[in-house]
Write a protein that binds this ligand. Structure first.
Ligand code: SAH
Ligand code: SF4
Ligand code: F3S
Length: 465
C-alpha cells in the first residue's frame, strides 16, 4: 500500500525546490504526494526562519497537526509529523523542547537522510533530529527522478548557502556556507527537466550570482558561463536566475544580459536600503551610489531590463533621513516589482542586539509610504506594456474555459484567450489591458511557426522599450 505524503512549503523558492526533491526521494520509499494534510500519513512542514512571523506560523500549524493526530489515534490510526527547512535548522533542540510531539526535525542540508530517519523513528520513541551540515552533498545522494506533472517553468538550485553575513539575516546560519554544484550536474538536471516538458528554468541560489561551480573543462565556471551552456539545450526557451547580490554582479553576467537571447530581461537585485549608514550597519558591502552605477551599467547592456528588489524598513538606528534616502533611491531606479518588509529581529544575528530598535508604529508608517511608491511604479510599469507585442510562455489554465495564463519576459502574469493553444507554447501576444498585478493579451497566432523566428522578433521587440 502506498503511504501518503503532504508537504507544506513556506519561504523562498529554494524551499519549493527542496520540497519537490524530498517528495521524489520519499516516492522511492513508497510515498505518494497528496494535496491535503487530512489525507496524509506523513506531513512535512518545510519552514522559513527569515522573519519572526514566518517562524511563528510553523508552531500554530504544528498545534493543528497535533490535534489531528490525537483524533486519529483515538481511532487506531496515526500521523507522522516532520519539520524541515530553516526553522528546523535554526531551532533544532529548542524546537523539540517546544513541540516534543514532532517525530522528525531535519535541516536543509540533511534531508537526503529522511528515509533513514523515518526508520529510526519507527524503531523508537522521541523525536529524531538531524541538523548536521554533513560532509557529503545531498545533491549527490538524491534520486535523479523528475517529479511527475512538472510545470512548464521549473526551479533548479545551483548554489546554496551564504558567506555574506548581513547583520539582519539568518540565512548564513540556516543554510550554511556558500557552495556551488558542479556544472555538469546542473546541465544533466536541466536536460532531464526539459525532457519532462519544462521550457523555462530559473536557477536558484541564496547568492546565485556568486556561483562558482567546477566546470567539465576543469575550470571554475561563473554563473554567466553556466547560463551560456544551458542556453544550448534544445527546447529550453527561457532562463532566469535569483537571488543576486549587487556585489557579485560580474561583467560577464552583465554581458550575458546584452547578448544571450534566452536570458530574460528581468533581474531581482535586492538593495535593502538607500542609506549608506544603514547599508554599512547591515554589512551589505555596497552603498547607494555603487548600486545606482550598477543599475546604469545593466541598463546600458539591456535597455529594457526590468528590475525588482527587496527592502527592509526600520533597521535598528534608521532615522527619518535614512528612510528618505531609500525613497530617493526608489525614485531614481524605478522598479518593476518589489518586496518590502519591516525589520524583524532574529535571534543570534548581530542587528538583533542593537539598542536603537525602531518603534513598530514608525516601521508601519515607513512601510506604508514605501509600498505606496513601489506599487505606483509597478503599476506604471504594467501600464507601459499596453499595445506592445511580446512572446508569452503559456503556463497554466486560467479561471474560465479557453483562458490560459502565461508569463511575459518581464515576469508579469498575462491572461490570454487561447483557443487552440496549449500549455507550454511560447506565442506572440498583443497586450490589450493592464491590471494591478497582471496583464491581458490577445494571441496573434495559435501555434509557434518557427521557434528561431520568434526568438529573433522577440528580442528585437524587447529592446524597443
Ligand atoms: N539572498 C538574498 C535575500 C535572502 S532573504 C539577498 O541577499 O538579498 C529575502 C529577503 O528577506 C531579504 O532580501 C530581506 O529583504 C528580507 N529579510 C531578511 N532578513 C530579514 C529580517 N531580519 N527582517 C526583515 N526582512 C528580512
Ligand atoms: Fe542574507 Fe545577506 Fe546572505 Fe542575502 S546576502 S542571504 S540577505 S546574509
Ligand atoms: Fe526562509 Fe530559509 Fe529561504 S529562512 S527565505 S526558507 S533560505
Amino acid at each position: 500500500m502506498t503511504k501518503k505524503l503532504f508537504i507544506k512549503t513556506y519561504g523562498c523558492q529554494m524551499n519549493v525546490y527542496d520540497s519537490d526533491r524530498m517528495a521524489s526521494l520519499l516516492a522511492r520509499h513508497g510515498y505518494g504526494r497528496v494535496e491535503r494534510a487530512e489525507e496524509a500519513d506523513l506531513v512535512i512542514l518545510n519552514t522559513c526562519h527569515i522573519r519572526e512571523k514566518a517562524a511563528e506560523k510553523v508552531y500554530s500549524e504544528l498545534g493543528r497537526l497535533r490535534q489531528m493526530r490525537d483524533a486519529r489515534r483515538e481511532q487506531g490510526q496515526d500521523l507522522t509529523i516532520g519539520v524541515a527547512g530553516c526553522v528546523a535548522q535554526a531551532e533544532g533542540d529548542a524546537m523539540i523542547e517546544r513541540a516534543s510531539f514532532v517525530d522528525l526535525v531535519v535541516g536543509p542540508q540533511a534531508y537526503h537522510r529522511l528515509p533513514e530517519m523515518l526508520h529510526r523513528r519507527a524503531r523508537r520513541e522521541g523525536t529524531v533530529l538531524d541538523t548536521d551540515f554533513p560532509a557529503e552533498s545531498k545533491f549527490d545522494l538524491l534520486p535523479e527522478d523528475v517529479e511527475p506533472g512538472q510545470p512548464v517553468s521549473a526551479f533548479l538550485t545551483v548554489q546554496e548557502g551564504c558567506d555574506k553575513f548581513c547583520t539582519f539575516c539568518v540565512v548564513p546560519y540556516t543554510r550554511g556556507a556558500e557552495t556551488s554544484r558542479p556544472a555538469k550536474d546542473v546541465m544533466a538536471e536541466a536536460k532531464r527537466l526539459v525532457a519532462a516538458g519544462v521550457r523555462e528554468i530559473t536557477l536558484l541560489g541564496q547568492n546565485v550570482n556568486a556561483y562558482h561551480g567546477d566546470g567539465p573543462d576543469g575550470k571554475v565556471w561563473s554563473l554567466a558561463r553556466l547560463l551560456w551552456s544551458l542556453a544550448e539545450i534544445d527546447g529550453l526557451e527561457r532562463l532566469r536566475y535569483t537571488t543576486s547580490h549587487p556585489r557579485d554582479m560580474a561583467d560577464d553576467l552583465i554581458d550575458a544580459h546584452a547578448n544571450l537571447s534566452s536570458l530574460m530581461p528581468f533581474l531581482h537585485l535586492p538593495v535593502q536600503s538607500g542609506s549608506d549608514g544603514v547599508l554599512k550597519a547591515m554589512n551589505r558591502q555596497h552603498d547607494a551610489e555603487s548600486y545606482l552605477r550598477l543599475v546604469d551599467k545593466l541598463r546600458a547592456a539591456r535597455p529594457d531590463l526590468a528590475l525588482s528588489s527587496d527592502f527592509i524598513v526600520g533597521f535598528p538606528g534608521e532615522s527619518d533621513d535614512d528612510f528618505e534616502a531609500t525613497m530617493n533611491l526608489v525614485e531614481r531606479v524605478g522598479f518593476a516589482q518589489a518586496f518590502s518588509f519591516k525589520y524583524s529581529a532574529r535571534p543570534g544575528t548581530p542587528a538583533s542586539n542593537q539598542r536603537k530598535q525602531v518603534r513598530d508604529a514608525v516601521k508601519g508608517e515607513r512601510l506604508a509610504r514605501l509600498q505606496e511608491l513601489l506599487e505606483r511604479q509597478s503599476s506604471e510599469f504594467n501600464q507601459r506594456m499596453l499595445g506592445r507585442r511580446m512572446p508569452i510562455l503559456l503556463e497554466r489554465a486560467g479561471r474560465h474555459p479557453g483562458q490560459l495564463v502565461g508569463k511575459s519576459p518581464y515576469l508579469q502574469a498575462v491572461h490570454v484567450e487561447a483557443e487552440g493553444a496549449d500549455i507550454g507554447d511560447l506565442l506572440e501576444v498583443d497586450i490589450v489591458a493592464h491590471h494591478a498585478h497582471s496583464l491581458a493579451g490577445r494571441l496573434i497566432q495559435t501555434k509557434p511557426t518557427d521557434p528561431a523566428k520568434i526568438d529573433q522578433s522577440s528580442s528585437r521587440l524587447e529592446r524597443r522599450a
